[in-house]
Structure formats: C-alpha cells, structure tokens
Design a protein around this ligand. Structure first.
Ligand SMILES: Cc1cc2nc3c(=O)[nH]c(=O)nc-3n(C[C@H](O)[C@H](O)[C@H](O)COP(=O)(O)OP(=O)(O)OC[C@H]3O[C@@H](n4cnc5c(N)ncnc54)[C@H](O)[C@@H]3O)c2cc1C
Length: 449
C-alpha cells in the first residue's frame, strides 16, 4: 500500500469513528476538481464543520489540511495530499452599523453577501467579475475587480478570525495588529483556516454600465489614464488582433442630477446598440445589465450574473499585474505575441487596481494594470505560451495572479515580493510545523522545503 492509499484508507476509518461527535465529512466522494475542471485535487477527503469549535477540532486532528473556498482557482493553491476543509456551513452575516462593517462566516460568497448588504442599505467598494466566489477564498488570493481608485477586494478586510495550527482561534485586526495584519489578509491559505472576515461597508449606491465597441488600441498611448478613469470601474477586452480593444465596459456610479444620455462615441469606439457578452457567440443573458440602465452596485459591478455561468465555463485563466504607468508599453509587449496567443484565447481583459499595503498582494505599493487571459481549455498549448508572455512582461516586473495559471520560476516570483521574508516569518509563527503547507506554498513560498 503506498502512502496515498494508506492515507485514504486510514482517513475513511478515522472519519467513520469520529463522525458522530466531529464535523461531518463527505466520505468517499467522487474525485473532486476545481470549478473549471482543469485541476483534480489530490484528496477526496473533505471536512464540513458547522461551527468554529468544529473547525478547531478538525485543525487539531488533521494534518496536512487545506481550506477550500468555492473552488474557482485554476492552480493547486487550494490542494493538499492530506484533507480539505470547506467552511460552506459557516454562513452568518452581521452588519455593524456603527463600525460600518459586516462580519461574515468564511463560507459566505459575494453572491450571498451582496443582496443581504444592499437590503440593509450598504455596499462593498467593489466586486470581481463574478459573484460566485467566497469572500475568504477571494481575499486569500488578492482577487480584484477594476477601478483606478479601487483596491483589490482584500483591501476591504478590517479583521479576520483564523484557526491556526494549534487549534486556537486568533483574531487579527487592521486597527490593533498593524504590524502583522497586512501579512495575514492575502495569506494564500497558509496561516490557517479563516473562520470569519470583517469587511468595510459603505452606503449602497447605484451603477450604470455602458459598453462601447472597437476602441483603437493606439488611444491608450496618450489616454490610458483618461480611459481607465472614465468610470468607477472600467474593463477593456481584446483578442490582440488589429491593434484594437473589442469592447470597453464602463461602470459608473449614478449620482443624482447627472444626465442619463449616453455619448455615442468614446475615444473612437462606438456605443453598443445591444447587450453584449465579452466572448463572441455567448449569450448576453449571462451578463449583468448594460445599455446605461441604472441598478444596484452588486448587479452591475460583476460582469456575470449570479445564477448564470460566468465567463465560458470550459476555460483556463492567467493574469499578470504591471505598474499602471507602464501599462501601454506592457500591452505593446504582449501584442507582439498576438499570432501565438489569439488561436488559443477566448478573450483578454485589461483592468486597473489601486495600490495597497498587503504584503503578498501583487498591487503592494503599486497602482497596477492587470492583463488577463481567458484561454481555451488547451493546456499543452497555453503552457508553451505562458513563458513567452512572462518573458515579454519581465521588464515590467509583472507578477502573476496567485490563483491563476503561470509558469514563472519560484525564484523569480519570490524576488518580486519585497515583504516575502516578513510573510515567511508570519507563517513560521502561526504554522511552525507546516500543517497548512501544500505543494503550491512549498514551491512558490518556501522554495522547495
Ligand atoms: C470564471 C472565473 C472568473 C474569475 N474572475 C476573477 C476576477 O474578476 N478577478 C480576480 O482577481 N480573480 C478572478 N477569478 C479567480 C478567483 O477570484 C480566485 O481563484 C479566488 O481565489 C477564488 O475564490 P474561491 O472561493 O473559489 O477559493 P478557492 O479557489 O477554493 O481557494 C483559493 C485560496 O483561498 C484559500 N481559502 C479559501 N477559503 C479559505 C479559508 N476559509 N481560510 C483560509 N484560506 C482559505 C484556499 O486555501 C486557497 O489558497 C476568477 C475565477 C473564475 C473561475
């Protein structure tokens, strides 16, 4: 019996004997994959605690252990050869009006949280392209939306509760723990199992979304800032052909008294005459409302609607962050690869993100532009193209999205994070024995240890 078979066999036994008094576990579940189906987890053992106490018991009795969110990451960041723990039953949501915060159980998705918050008169500062992801999983990987003045989603975190390796529930807050809190928010699942997240909220607001087609890419040479600051959140889509942005999505806050008239042209692009999906041939029904029709923030800031398939479904994703002031140069560098990239691409998206102070965020102290690739599910070809893109973007010190596919060497990746030694020290403090260490962290953070 090899080690994996032994662990599987013994895991089933432990599960059976402890089930009555410990967190329930999905036993002998069919092989599980991530959302896109491109990554099969190395374990089929999943713990499903219903309380923080049960999480603590799981943490004390299982090693190695890895928290699993909504399974939307494209690489092995949520994988382990030991056991996984899903917090989906920890789904409480409590608004604290005086503090202007909401505290959520770590299983809560943005799709659950946003309508609840809106119903209480509140909003988050931003959302990613889809609401299906969990708050804890998104914040652990510095997931972002767009907007020159919008930090990534984890910048809204003001406190977290983490069950660390010794089974203690530790609360860290922005206010009280300034010296280590910025290292604990974008933690890549390494510090422990997050059980609660507290987020800043603001009064609810309305947003309208307008789409323009065919923006000449050359307009970005002198107008990149103007274009990305033309709305609260702006996304540009391109297939890299014809030096052209195929669609511009502008999400603007609707202020009272402002005109509802839509400009027919935008830097040479034309106002769309019907609702569009960023991917040609896909149903626009899956997308949030466009055509300038105002609606609540959470029904406009994501591109995709909650009960519909986001993006394509059959796809891979990669994304690289570059300094915003080098954005156009970086676009030109990738564009040189267009004839290698386009045949395997569904679509690329360009977004901007404000700087933050979170140690492992790709936007640490850097206003950024993110160059995203939604690929066809053709990994052998994509794996050959990624090193070329990474080479073209190397002069801009491009950092890959933690949760998407990249081929950058661990030594290169580590050299891009100036606060990595501090993060490693934090891991040493909260997980000295490596209970939450997985192959992804061993390779990219610990350097093979
Ligand atoms: C269709 C699609 C669209 C996307 N759009 C965007 C986008 O617009 N912007 C963007 O930046 N990214 C985007 N992503 C990537 C996505 O936001 C990230 O993969 C995100 O981390 C997924 O969250 P999740 O809940 O699925 O977490 P998982 O993928 O399950 O886990 C991600 C990480 O979080 C950790 N984690 C999860 N829960 C906990 C917990 N309770 N305690 C400790 N650690 C935990 C895991 O261990 C793992 O390290 C997209 C992905 C897909 C599939």
């Amino acid at each position: 019996m090899d080690k994996r078979q032994f662990l599987k066999a013994s895991g089933v036994l432990i599960g059976r004997t402890m089930l009555s008094h410990l967190a329930s576990r999905e036993q002998q579940a069919p092989t599980r994959t991530n959302w896109a189906g491109n990554y099969t987890y190395s374990t089929d053992r999943l713990n499903l605690p219903k309380t923080v106490e049960e999480v603590q018991q799981v943490v004390k009795s299982r090693s190695p252990l890895k928290a699993l969110g909504a399974r939307h990451s494209f690489n092995g960041i949520a994988d382990t050869t030991g056991e996984q723990i899903s917090l989906k039953y920890l789904d409480s949501m409590v608004v604290e009006p005086k503090a202007r915060t909401v505290t959520v159980g770590a299983g809560v998705t943005y799709g659950q949280l946003a309508p609840y918050l809106d119903g209480q008169g509140y909003a988050l500062h931003n959302l990613a392209s889809l609401p299906h992801i969990s708050v804890a999983g998104a914040c652990a990987t510095a997931t972002h939306g767009s907007g020159n003045k919008n930090g990534n989603l984890s910048t809204a975190v003001s406190a977290i509760e983490i069950v660390t390796a010794d089974g203690e529930a530790v609360v860290l807050s922005r206010e009280r723990d300034g010296e280590r809190f910025p290292g604990a928010v974008v933690a890549l699942g390494g510090l422990g199992v997050v059980t609660k997240v507290t987020l800043d909220v603001r009064p609810t607001f309305q947003v309208k979304q307008v789409v323009y087609e065919n923006l000449p890419m050359a307009q970005l040479e002198s107008h990149l800032e103007d274009i990305f600051s033309s709305g609260y959140s702006v996304s540009l889509f391109t297939d890299w052909q014809n030096h052209r942005v195929t669609q511009v999505w502008i999400k603007s806050r609707v202020e009272q008294g402002t005109s509802s008239k839509l400009a027919p042209e935008f830097f040479g692009a034309k106002l769309a005459t019907k609702k569009l999906h960023p991917l040609q041939g896909h149903a626009a029904e899956n997308c949030t409302e466009q055509m300038g029709i105002p609606g609540p923030w959470f029904e406009r800031l994501p591109h995709f609607r909650m009960n519909f398939t986001p993006s394509s479904g059959a796809e891979l994703q990669s994304e690289y962050f570059v300094p915003r002031d080098k954005g156009y140069e970086a676009i030109l560098a990738v564009e040189q690869l267009r004839d290698r990239v386009t045949p395997h691409l569904l679509i690329s998206e360009l977004r901007t993100i404000d700087a933050d102070n979170l140690w492992m965020s790709p936007c640490y102290k850097q206003p950024s532009m993110a160059i995203h690739f939604t690929w066809k599910p053709e990994w052998p070809a994509v794996r050959m193209i990624l090193p070329m893109i990474e080479e073209k973007l190397a002069p801009f010190n491009a950092k890959p999205h933690w949760a998407k596919l990249f081929t950058m060497s661990p030594s290169r990746l580590k050299s891009l994070y100036v606060r990595l030694p501090d993060y490693q020290a934090l891991l040493g403090r909260y997980d000295p024995g490596g209970r939450f260490r997985n192959e992804f962290l061993r390779t990219n953070i610990y350097g093979g240890l």
